[in-house]
Design a protein around this ligand. Structure first.
Ligand SMILES: [Fe+2]
Length: 235
């Protein structure tokens, strides 16, 4: 049996050095955070309670890139179907984020004789769109995709025209909302059919039962505000 020598196992002596380097890195990190470890009365260092901050500046590769899908969850749907559904749902998510935020903008800025009812109605619709957003995003994650999330990314993906920052008259607000609903509802019909044809019944159900029905109901409630009827005396 061959005798094991230090020469045969060069990696062994290096282990403490590696640990030392790691310790030095941690110390440097703690120092850069402005809080060095405290020495106890017996001269030994106490465990640090310093959170490890600023790790985003030296981040490894992301866990999953946007635009890709994984087969991580066993839900009986093939990769191509997942990919198609995730792309459709991210479009629907971005458009739903846009109309949700348009409702809040108009909730704040509405003015005129219908202020009170529109102020309340806009906020109700905002809450309903916000609930849809969570359903759509979580469906994307279940399918193995990555949900678009941040406002700057939403702005790049959405197909809903950007309203001005200015305060506008109530009928203009309503017109912008109805335009946005129409864009979403047209996509609902298209995406629901594609999801049904590819066998993604869960996505089809989400689009028809939740997104489509909610948007249709909101179209009704908003549209009736721009029917030009007499307020007090019949003509
Ligand atoms: Fe409010």
């Amino acid at each position: 049996m061959a005798k094991t020598t230090t020469k045969d196992t060069p990696a062994a002596p290096k282990a403490p050095a590696a640990k030392k380097a790691s310790t030095s890195k941690a110390a440097a990190q703690a120092s850069s955070n402005g809080q060095d470890g405290q020495a106890s009365s017996n001269g030994q260092s106490a465990p640090s309670v310093q959170p490890v901050l600023n790790q985003q500046f030296n981040a490894p590769a992301p866990l999953q890139r946007y635009g890709t899908v994984s087969q991580r969850l066993p839900i009986g749907i093939d990769t191509n179907t997942r990919q198609e559904s995730v792309e459709m749902l991210n479009q629907m998510l971005a458009d739903t984020c846009s109309i949700r935020d348009m409702y809040k903008k108009h909730h704040w800025q509405v003015v005129g004789p219908t202020f009170y009812q529109l102020h309340l109605l806009y906020d109700k619709h905002y809450e309903e769109q916000d609930a849809l957003i969570d359903m759509i995003a979580e469906r994307i994650q279940i399918l193995g995709g990555v949900a678009v999330a941040m406002a700057a990314d939403i702005a790049e993906v959405t197909s809903i025209p950007r309203p001005p920052r200015d305060r506008e008259e109530a009928p203009i607000q309503v017109s912008r909302l109805l335009e946005a609903h129409q864009i979403i509802l047209k996509n609902c019909h298209d995406f629901a059919k594609k999801a049904a044809d590819s066998g993604d019944d869960g996505t089809n159900d989400l689009i028809v039962s939740n997104v489509m029905r909610t948007n249709e109901m909101q179209v009704w409630f908003v549209s009736e505000h721009v029917v030009d009827t007499p307020l007090a005396r019949a003509e």
